[in-house]
Design a binder for this molecule. Structure first.
Ligand code: GEK
Length: 244
């Protein structure tokens, strides 16, 4: 079935409300994320590749901020040789309702349990892999260390965190260049100037981004020995943090 096209910001708004992962967004989410995040498909595929290397038998995998479960499905398909439990968490009911229906439509080698909750509330244990695919950017900055500490403590030795984020660049000129290249990527995917600017305004107070070095330092601070950037395109990155 074709993805429903994202037209949420296509008409002029008198005032732009803060972005929310509501019914309207959940309804067009696959189209929205593919046309907005460079390399999204490739990141989802590689999360499966990383899972096939790191997920261990009878461990848990947590997909935090799972949306419609794309990363969980990629992991489930890639781990048929290791029985494990995949837990997909999101605090948007619109997302988890759809995610449950999508997951139920597949016959998967490993089960995916879909949970509607704030990822800051959930307990993490016996994890060989945790995924935060573009979710940390929505967690209040002052809570990010606590979130990472909980993940680190819940990972087994050798376990990995995949953290994908939109990032800012430390120099103004460099940052402007990356933003401009990203906007061009969106134009090339059919978004108008109005859509780009209204979405930017909607996200301004909601999506609070860090630099790569902020992420790297925070991950080392909570105890991750190795932080590996494996993907970067414009102002989007994905890294793997390994617990030794
Ligand atoms: C993917 N990972 O397709 N608790 C739970 N969920 C949250 C919280 C929170 N505190 N804050 C935000 N979310 C997905 C894409 S989207 C990224 C992730 C984006 C959820 C929110 O409801 C949304 O579904 C998701 O995090 C972020 O691989 O749209 O830029």
């Amino acid at each position: 079935m074709a993805n429903k096209p994202d037209k949420i910001f296509a008409t002029p708004m008198q005032s732009v409300n803060d972005f929310a992962f509501d019914e309207a967004v959940a309804d067009v989410f696959p189209d929205m994320i593919q046309r907005s995040v460079p390399g999204y498909e490739s990141i989802i595929h590689t999360i499966g590749e990383i899972a096939s290397r790191h997920v261990t038998t009878h461990s848990r995998v947590y997909d935090l901020g799972a949306s419609l479960g794309a990363a969980s499905l990629s992991i489930a398909r890639a781990t048929s040789h290791h029985p494990c439990e995949i837990i997909a968490v999101d605090n948007s009911e619109a997302m988890t309702d759809r995610c449950k229906r999508i997951v139920a439509g597949f016959s998967l080698p490993n089960p995916i349990k879909v949970v509607c909750d704030d990822i800051q509330n959930i307990h993490i244990e016996n994890a060989s892999m945790v995924v935060m695919n573009f979710t940390m950017q929505f967690i209040p900055p002052n809570d990010r260390i606590a979130m990472l500490t909980k993940i680190f403590d819940g990972l087994n030795p050798g376990g990995v965190l995949v953290l994908s984020e939109k990032i800012s660049h430390p120099s103004e000129a460099g940052n402007e260049l990356l933003i401009d290249l990203h906007h061009q990527f969106k134009r090339n995917n059919g978004y108008s100037e109005l859509e780009i600017s209204q979405k930017r305004a909607a996200l301004e107070n909601v999506m609070l981004i860090d630099t790569f070095s902020d992420h790297e330092q925070r991950l080392h601070k909570v105890g991750f020995a190795d932080v590996v950037m494996w993907f970067k395109c414009y102002n989007f990155t994905s890294l793997v943090a390994i617990k030794s």
